[in-house]
Unconditional design. Structure first.
Length: 464
């Protein structure tokens, strides 16, 4: 039996549940999820499609499943109870929640093609400035001015939306079907922003380099939380949903790609490390990930490194998303690695930034003679490395960017450093180590070191 064969609707079923509704729209509502305890309105109930889905715990289904899961009964019993309450007007289990029907449903547009969306967003961002407070926030995260400009960070306008859309139309940009644009009651095109939602745009770029959406980093998230929201015009005339696209930054032809949560986090991590990154909007928002991975595989990618936030060790919802990413990558034929770091730093970007002005220990397998140094922690002497030619110095592109020393020790000494809290990493065999202190930020430093030595790529993170 299809959803349309029932003598009641999703709106009728939702009214029977004591939902804490956060946002009301013409054809859907966002409510706190009763299944995972979410308090930020992650449960979306769509009255037009007659389905529900929690973006946090991924519990989903149709009308009958919503009632059945909520009260812990079978689908058969749920259908019988709903029918009795709605059609026979019998007393419900609890007091109904009023959910008003809209007078007129909006007409959404079909999503514009990728090139049109890219042109419109790039033109819009080129017209906008970046507030000094937002620039300072990006500096604090580890980006410099050139990177801020390269990745098109701009402040969200607080007014003048119709003027902006008018200029875009005059410049030949398409607005219908582009996320964030819609027609208001006067049929004028405008932008789905508000003076109450100030912040800056975080552009989201696809693997093929096309700008496909924008998140907004909120200045004031509010009581409901949510530091990041999508620029979206879903359920508005001429508008369309953001689609939660996957963000890519780096070299599409790289052998390895790292996957993390959040486009801004991925861009910062790329700029600090040189690694290529894919970013999903949330740990369980993976619908667009298979297509991006498939494209990268055609470009030559062979290894996927999962680098979700370290709360994956405690948060079951993040852990669930992590497991899904690993399963997906393995099923597509990728080699898979899980990345771990000091849990004092939640995100991979936080961890990488913390290492910019600290000692970094990079491990490599063999290649150098080992010698015991039981008191090396107290007696390390810094020197300039003047013998890089021994290790193919011609591949070292920025010898002036760091002050380095080579210091050899046994694997037990390396473990001692890790236990001392200087760094978190695992060692599976006898290693040498390169202790490095960076003066300026070493952009793509690790890949440069990999070119300068003969052997596997060194890394300061643990692979599981």
């Amino acid at each position: 039996m299809s959803q349309h064969d029932f003598p009641y609707t999703m709106r009728d079923v939702a009214a029977l549940l004591p939902l804490h509704i956060r946002r009301r729209r013409a054809v859907s509502i966002d409510a706190d999820c009763p299944f995972c305890g979410d308090t930020k309105g992650k449960l979306n109930i769509n009255f037009e499609k007659q389905v529900f889905n929690c973006n946090r715990c991924r519990t989903h289904g149709g009308m009958v499943e919503l009632y059945a899961k909520f009260f812990g009964v079978s689908n058969t019993q749920a259908n019988a109870e709903i029918f009795s309450i709605v059609c026979r007007h019998e007393t419900p289990r609890i007091a109904p929640t009023p959910i008003a029907s809209p007078k007129e449903l909006p007409r959404e547009a079909s999503r514009a093609d990728a090139q049109a969306i890219d042109q419109t967003f790039r033109t819009l961002l080129a017209m906008l400035p970046l507030a000094e407070s937002h620039r300072n926030d990006l500096h604090r995260r580890g980006l410099n001015d050139d990177q801020i400009e390269q990745y098109l960070y701009r402040s969200v306008p607080a007014f003048g939306y119709r003027a902006l859309t008018g200029q875009l139309l005059q410049m030949g940009c398409r607005l219908e079907g582009v996320p964030g644009f819609y027609q208001d009651e006067q049929k004028d095109w405008t932008l789905a922003c508000s003076p109450r939602r100030t912040g800056y745009f975080v552009p989201v770029i696809s693997v093929d380099g096309l700008l496909q959406g924008c998140q907004i980093r909120m200045d004031h998230p509010g009581k409901q939380g949510g530091k990041y929201i999508w620029l979206s015009s879903a359920e508005r005339n001429g508008g369309v949903t953001s689609g939660s696209p996957v963000h890519f930054v780096g070299d599409p032809a790289a052998d390895t790609v790292w996957i993390t949560e959040g486009p801004l986090k991925a861009t910062v991590a790329h700029c600090l490390s040189g690694h290529s990154f894919l970013a999903v909007a949330g740990a369980n928002q993976l619908n667009s990930l298979p297509d991006s991975l498939a494209l990268l595989k055609r470009f030559g990618c062979r290894t996927v490194c999962e680098a979700f936030d370290m709360d994956k060790l405690q948060n079951p919802h993040v852990a669930s998303g992590t497991a899904k990413v690993l399963h997906l990558a393995k099923s597509m034929g990728f080699d898979v690695r899980q990345i771990r770091w000091n849990p004092q730093y939640k995100g991979i970007d936080d961890y990488l930034l913390s290492k910019q002005k600290k000692i970094i220990i990079l491990t490599i397998r063999g290649g150098w003679q080992l010698s015991p140094a039981p008191h090396y922690v107290r007696r390390v002497q810094w020197i300039f490395v003047q013998t890089m030619q021994r290790y193919s110095a011609k591949s070292w592109k920025n010898p002036h960017s760091a002050l380095m020393t080579l210091f050899h020790f046994h694997v037990t000494d390396a473990v001692g450093v890790a236990e001392a809290g200087m760094i978190s990493f695992s060692i599976r065999e006898t290693c040498s180590a390169l202790l490095l202190f960076s003066i300026p930020r070493p952009i793509k430093l690790w890949s440069n070191i990999a070119n300068a030595i003969s052997g596997p790529i060194p890394d300061c993170l643990s692979y599981v």
